[in-house]
Design a protein around this ligand. Structure first.
Ligand code: GRF
Length: 183
């Protein structure tokens, strides 16, 4: 299975996915980011993974930006696009072109808490459990069919930071494994 990983930030999931290639028998053909300053860029260098950087600020609209991504992808035979902390909403046309082939990981137990700041919102709502969801991407934000969900118990001393760390640890473990089980 051939995948391309999209990221925008710290890239812990990116690293877990790259590191697990041999174990889980998929190939990371390349990575893509919209953020030239993302930590994930140096992770790609460390593992000699090709990283394509396209700064979305250089584009006047989302559609043009995504068209440019499409040109980059045209060079590869790709089975799945794996979003791992990719913080840009994809245009409808792009999602339609890749229907059923874009996977995302979202730090909440969807359908609860789509969108941003999930750890803060979960704490404010005094939830007892939190978690992460791997799902197909559709044109409705954080709402596509769920592939896998894992939960953790929220402890009395948890903070936004501790929840973020605990959730990422869980994600780093289950995302590579789940990718390897995609049809
Ligand atoms: C993860 O928590 C993921 O669920 C969300 O963004 C975060 C990315 O973290 N979509 P990282 O860049 O993989 O460290």
């Amino acid at each position: 299975m051939n995948i391309i990983v999209f990221f925008s930030g710290s890239g812990t999931n990116l690293e877990a996915i790259i590191k697990s290639q041999d174990r889980f028998k998929y190939n990371v053909l390349a990575a893509f980011t919209n953020n030239p300053g993302a930590k994930g860029v140096s992770i790609c260098e460390k593992y000699h993974t090709q990283c394509h950087i396209l700064d979305h600020n250089q584009f006047s609209c989302r559609k043009d930006f995504d068209t440019e991504i499409g040109k980059f992808l045209a060079d590869f035979e790709v089975d799945y696009l794996i979003l791992a902390g990719y913080m840009r909403i994809l245009s409808e046309a792009f999602v339609d072109d890749w229907q059923g082939q874009i996977i995302n990981i979202h730090p909440s137990l969807l359908p609860k808490y789509p969108g941003l700041n999930t750890h803060q919102r979960v704490l404010e709502a005094k939830e007892e459990a939190h978690g992460t969801t791997i799902h197909f991407v559709t044109n409705e934000l954080d709402s596509g069919p769920i592939i896998r969900q894992e939960s953790i118990k929220i402890e009395p001393n948890d903070t936004q930071e501790s929840l973020m760390d605990r959730i990422k640890e869980l994600e780093n473990k289950i995302y590579p494994e789940t990718i390897s089980q995609l049809p």
